[in-house]
Design a protein around this ligand. Sequence first.
Ligand code: GAR
Length: 201
Amino acid sequence: MKVAIFASGNGSNFEAIMQAVAAKELEMEVVLLFSDQRESYVLNRAKKYQIPTAAFSPKEFDSRQAYEQAVLDVLQENQVDWIVLAGYMRIIGKKLLKAYPNRIINIHPSLLPAFPGLHGIKDAFEAGVSQTGVTIHFVDAGVDTGPIIAQGKVSVHSDDTLESLEERIHKKEHELYPKVLQQIIGKGNLDFKIKENRNLS
Ligand code: GAR
């Protein structure tokens, strides 16, 4: 299966995915890294793995539809079958959802439906919860909504700082995402999506 990874920033999840692919623990072909930020660090990581990149921002287009059409054109040029969001901080619009029905997967750093949005870790930390975690889900038109595929729990310790919690959550993401992608994309186990809140931790 040919996969495009979408990322906006650092790209530590991209790196975890690429390491799993290199170790043959994740059987999929990453044919493209797309970023909506021309200067994002993830683009450097992609170069390291010799993954073709495309990077442009919606600001460069007259409308969101025109932006999504440009994204779609790049995906089709590369014959992409699946889209994997790894820190892509934008809502996916109708055009891409229609072109890739049930073929877009996202990771989010909270136990959804709690704490969706841009600051899942900080929002959970500030709310004082004793447990948070990560969620992997199929993407629909909402913000961090869509059928849940898997969740991994992370306890909040009494002496945690936001940084120490972030570190453990990212570690959990890096373990969980390649495993779940292997089930769904690698093994083609599409039923995996039906079993909600499957806890792999
Ligand atoms: C990850 O924690 C990911 O779950 C989150 O962005 C971070 C990207 O880190 N995504 C969201 O919050 C989506 N709403 P990375 O660039 O180091 O992979």
